[in-house]
Design a binder for this molecule. Structure first.
Ligand SMILES: Cc1ncc(COP(=O)(O)O)c(C=O)c1O
Length: 379
């Protein structure tokens, strides 16, 4: 079976697993807000989906997204996409090409690197898995990596998988480097709503920051596929020429997204205490198993990485052990071949009993994983 078919079969199996605990993709499995449910059912009842949506998204949603980022009143506009991932693909198609450079961190999120390479760019990854540097990119590292051919500096902030987020001072330095090089800051803020004091590059570098917006994590719409890219109108015009959703994105998903933004403050006031409580439960469980460690705590995302390298334990073995118990967690290699042997990642926007099961099973899962050599392929 080809790797692509094997990967598809893997996720198909996960979907077919009854009551699977989804803790591997930072998705949000808390019961949805009634207003979102009402919007979804109303859109279906009205059979709105017979028509195509406007190519850049419903105007109300476009405005709500820009407003949600606090960027309204200026020259910023949103292009609604099939999830943040389609927004990232569109930016790479529009700005990468042979002879250009795409700079990002390792670890980070792997698919945009693939999009950049496909468009002909050279991808340069800066290693940041370093306790001494606080697991963060430094301005010195970035300055050394950026040259005149650099078109995109891709920052996942808060970083997936690390859970760090950048300060105003750090972001200002990154934006200055980008401005001097004539590069865009592609600011992937998918996890922004879980962070404290998140700083938008678009505030510091409005002419060259491109903000990526997702509804998958804070609102829990991953399977509906809706997201956006926000930038100044000149950039959005160029992106629109390269967008693949010329017939618009899902009407139903956009209705759910509109409803979600309208109740966002109330919704996040219920989500954040749960995901923070879940982070604390993992912290306590990890502290009870000698050899396990949390490099970053608390996380500014809805996930935590747990280091298991000191135990001589393969992350894949731990993930496979949990998988046998109907629990999906993520092996570090998904994010980074270089550092992936060190950690697993667990999502925290899930019911508390899912996290409690992970915590309860941790000592026995670690013991079992130590003896496990034959691990099925994970993706
Ligand atoms: C950093 C980052 N960007 C984008 C995405 C994809 O978001 P969406 O579901 O909106 O396509 C993910 C999903 O895990 C992610 O981690």
């Amino acid at each position: 079976m080809s790797s692509f078919e094997a990967r598809n079969a893997h996720f198909d199996r996960l979907f077919a697993t009854p009551s699977l605990y989804w803790l591997g993709q930072n998705t949000n499995h808390l019961p949805m807000h009634p207003a979102v449910r009402a919007a979804l059912t109303a859109a279906i009842a009205a059979e709105e989906f017979h028509a195509y949506a406007p190519p850049a998204g419903f105007e109300a949603l476009r405005h709500a997204i820009v407003n949600d980022l606090g960027l309204s009143g200026g020259d910023m506009a949103a292009l609604v996409t099939d999830g943040a991932v389609a927004a990232l693909a569109t930016v790479c198609r529009a700005y990468c090409g042979p002879g250009t450079r795409f700079v990002t961190t390792d670890p980070g999120w792997k698919w945009p690197m693939q999009f950049a390479r496909q468009a002909g760019a050279e991808v340069h990854e800066i290693p940041i898995y370093d306790a001494a540097a606080g697991y963060r990119l430094t301005a010195e590292q970035l300055a050394a990596a950026v040259d005149r051919t650099t078109r995109i500096i891709y920052l996942v902030d808060p970083n997936n998988p690390l859970g760090i987020r950048y300060t105003q001072e750090e972001m200002r330095a990154f934006c200055d480097i980008a401005r001097n090089a004539g590069a865009l800051v592609l600011h992937d803020c998918t996890y922004r709503d879980f962070a404290e004091d998140h700083v938008l590059a678009a505030r510091l570098y409005p002419e060259g920051a491109v903000t990526i917006y997702s509804f998958s994590k804070w609102l829990g719409l991953a399977g509906l596929r809706v997201g956006a890219v926000v930038a100044n109108r000149a950039v959005i015009g160029r992106l629109a020429e390269h967008a693949s959703a010329t017939l618009g994105c899902s009407v139903i998903a956009q209705r759910a997204a509109e409803a979600g933004i309208a109740v966002k403050a109330e919704w996040m006031a219920t989500v954040q205490p749960v995901q923070r409580r879940n982070q604390a439960a993992i912290r306590d469980a990890v502290a009870r198993v000698p050899g396990l460690a949390l490099p970053v705590y608390p996380s500014h995302g809805n996930f935590l990485i747990v280091e298991c390298a000191a135990l001589g334990l393969r992350p894949e073995a731990l993930a496979a052990t949990y998988a046998e118990r109907g629990i999906m967690i993520r092996q570090g290699a998904y994010h980074t071949p270089r550092f992936g042997a060190r950690f697993v990642k667990v999502s925290t926007t899930v019911p508390t009993d899912w996290i409690d099961a992970v915590c309860r099973l941790l000592p026995e899962a670690v013991e079992e994983a130590r003896g496990l050599n034959d691990v099925p392929e994970l993706f």
